[in-house]
Design a protein around this ligand. Structure first.
Ligand code: AMP
Ligand code: TRP
Length: 333
């Protein structure tokens, strides 16, 4: 049986943060031994909200460096930026014509992002999930590692694949399986335990960037919001304490253990002791990645060449699949 394909993407709309690492990137690294993987910097998704062009270029290269520094193997697997492979846009348009408006109206990420100001957002943001389905299905990928927040988009991907197959009477697109990590699938902001940690949050204090140095990490964790209670004995007692729960989850994820186990060690202790321990594990994981990222960023030619090579190989896989779709739809070939 040929190796199954993994596809995943990350928006180059900022520097990747700890949530990206725990919810996505570190799993991508592990999946490389089991699957043939495509990892994509989704610059077309990024411009669904305004991106300063210089910053977009800069973030695309920084993310490439972060992924390589984290252990993505761009030789054995494929690392590229979305806009360099036209198959995504071609299939994205066809999916715009498959998806029903009612399906998009149910997308919670769109509702959360736009709030009451919906009318002022781009139509690209609205059809964002169609392009995401195209990203995956242009390669007939079957496994998609993501954080919890992307689950609904993958359900929509399956609806699109099914409707396409049904409308055209074919069995062309496969169903996709989300691979969502059992712990740390949703890391929360350091300032507000009810909001997810995000690289686009206006407050840099709300997140830990993968490029933060040790002093910055120390300061951000020291300032992270907590409460005055000591750590409890049982995970259930964290339910009403989102900030405490988040810090314990981060510690558990980074040390590959459970919340239960962390509480066994730290129950009854105050946050000053726990934050010191947490700071150490965050620094131990992130600083080697940050340093390697910095080294790679000094060689932009290498990074650009890596992406160009990835795009060429991605294109060789996607172009025949999307050409076939265009034939099924009735475009002249
Ligand atoms: P994005 O930053 O939106 O491009 O997300 C890239 C990947 O990181 C996706 O798989 C997300 O599900 C994951 N991710 C983003 N933020 C978080 C978070 N706070 N906790 C866990 N996973 C996250
Ligand atoms: N929407 C994803 C996010 O914001 C990024 C993404 C775009 C993606 N295309 C994808 C993830 C395809 C997985 C597969 O996190």
């Amino acid at each position: 049986m040929p190796m199954q394909r993994v596809f995943s993407g990350i928006q180059p709309s900022g520097v990747p943060q700890l949530g990206n690492y725990l919810g996505a990137i570190r799993h991508w690294v592990q999946l490389q031994s089991e699957y043939m993987c495509l990892f994509c910097l989704v610059d077309m998704h990024a411009i669904t909200v305004w991106q300063n062009p210089e910053e977009l270029r800069h973030h695309t290269l920084t993310q490439t460096a972060v992924l390589l520094a984290s252990g993505i193997d761009a030789q054995k697997h494929i690392l590229f930026n979305q806009s360099a492979v036209y198959a995504h846009a071609r299939l994205g348009w066809i999916f715009n014509c498959i998806t029903r408006l009612g399906w998009l109206n149910r997308m919670t990420q769109f509702k959360d992002k736009t709030g009451k100001d919906r009318e002022n957002y781009s139509s690209g943001l609205y059809v964002y999930p169609n392009l995401m389905a195209a990203d995956i299905l242009a390669y007939k990928a079957t496994h998609v590692p993501v954080g919890e927040d992307q689950k609904q988009h993958l359900e929509l991907t399956n609806d699109i694949a099914q409707k396409f197959n049904h409308d055209y009477g074919v069995t062309f697109f496969p169903q996709v399986t989300p691979l969502i990590p059992p712990t740390a699938a949703r890391i929360m902001s350091l300032r507000d335990g009810t909001k997810k940690m995000s690289k686009s949050d206006p407050s840099s204090q709300s997140r830990i960037d993968l490029t933060d140095d040790a002093d910055t990490i120390r300061l951000k964790i020291r300032r992270a919001k907590t409460d005055t209670e000591p750590l409890p004995t049982h995970p259930d007692e964290l339910t009403e304490r989102p900030e405490a729960k988040n810090l314990v989850s981060i510690y558990a994820a980074l040390t590959n253990t459970t919340i239960n186990h962390v509480l066994e060690t730290y129950q009854g202790q105050g946050f000053s002791t726990f934050k010191t321990a947490l700071t150490e594990v965050v620094i131990n994981t992130l600083t080697p990645i940050g340093q390697e990222t910095e080294r790679l960023l000094n060689d932009k030619t290498y990074l650009l060449e890596t992406l160009r090579n990835g795009a060429e190989r991605a294109n060789a896989l996607a172009d025949p699949i999307v050409s076939e779709v265009e034939k099924i739809v009735g475009f002249l070939s």
